[in-house]
Design a protein around this ligand. Structure first.
Ligand code: ATP
Ligand code: MG
Length: 266
């Protein structure tokens, strides 16, 4: 189910970007995860087309990070199926990356060297330099390449973490409350940045956030989890980039909040 509403040239540009990035579709069927007797995920069914931006919201402890960790291969499900599909329709093992709430930078490496970590070992020096310069420019941090992480603001550190995730051109980018620790204004500028790199690079994005406004601003679709199940899967059918203060989006926020608080069900 694709829910993005784009005019044709922009849709074609996004599809082209998705092919270049190797964006993958995600197919989740009957996914279960238990920790001992704690049934955290209780039968998740979710199909995410390649290049879609999905936000996942829900109360603390409802299983959002667990779902992301399973997508990243960091956690084994206890039941159900998960597979990834390339744009040509074949099964694939996509390049997946994750950004956390804390930037997790290495303090003894420069900004550029922290970003280069995202490419792994054995990459020729020239290519490493070229890719690092290019991604630092995408996150608008070119002038900080030679600085230490300790000299950066919180928002700048998080942009380095985003660059480290993007430098290998992931097909799927998972984001676990990446803006949760930032002040309101920095958050807004980071939302704009995230939206612009996603439109430019075409990866499939899965964003966990506690901020319902952020979810409707950035995502094509918002999924609400409660007690390990999807209780609402809501399309946000507005073109990107979206202006703030759209009353139609505020109405969708209201629906999502009601679902989180359990008011949508009897
Ligand atoms: N490694 C683990 N071992 C045991 N229990 C775990 C483990 N990881 C998560 N859990 C449990 O799974 C449940 C869901 O945790 P998860 O971190 O996915 O929640 P969340 O929705 O991301 O919450 P938050 O919004 O607070 O980040 C919690 O009850 C948690 O205690
Ligand atoms: Mg979490």
């Amino acid at each position: 189910m694709s829910v993005t509403v784009l005019d044709r040239p922009r849709r074609e540009a996004r599809n082209a970007a998705s092919q270049v990035t190797g964006a993958a579709a995600i197919h989740i069927k009957g996914l279960e995860k238990s920790f001992g007797s704690n049934r955290v995920l209780r039968g998740i069914d979710l199909d995410i087309p390649a290049g879609q931006f999905v936000a996942v919201i829900g109360k603390s402890g409802c299983g959002k990070s667990t779902l992301l960790r399973i997508l990243m291969g960091l956690e084994e499900p206890t039941g159900g199926h998960l597979h990834f599909e390339a744009v040509d329709g074949d099964d694939t093992q996509p390049n997946t990356r994750i950004v956390f709430q804390e930037p997790r930078l290495l303090p003894w490496l420069s900004v550029a060297a922290n970003v280069a970590v995202g490419l792994g070992e054995g990459v020729p020096h020239d290519l490493l330099r070229k890719e690092t310069v290019s991604v630092l420019s995408e996150v608008q941090l070119s002038e900080k390449a030679g600085e230490w992480p300790s000299s950066l603001s919180g928002g700048q550190k998080q942009r380095v973490a985003l660059a480290r995730a993007l430098v290998s051109r992931p097909g799927i980018l998972a984001l676990d409350e990446p803006l949760g620790a930032l002040d309101a204004l920095t958050r807004i500028s980071m939302q704009e940045l995230l939206n612009s790199v996603w439109r430019e690079l075409g990866f499939t994005a899965v964003l966990v956030t506690h901020d319902v406004g952020e979810a409707v601003h950035l995502a094509d679709r918002v999924v609400v989890l409660d007690e390990g199940r999807i209780v609402l899967d809501l399309a946000i059918p507005y073109p990107h980039p979206r202006p703030y203060g759209n009353p139609a989006l505020a109405e969708l926020e209201g629906q999502l909040l009601a679902a989180i608080l359990g008011e949508a069900r009897g």
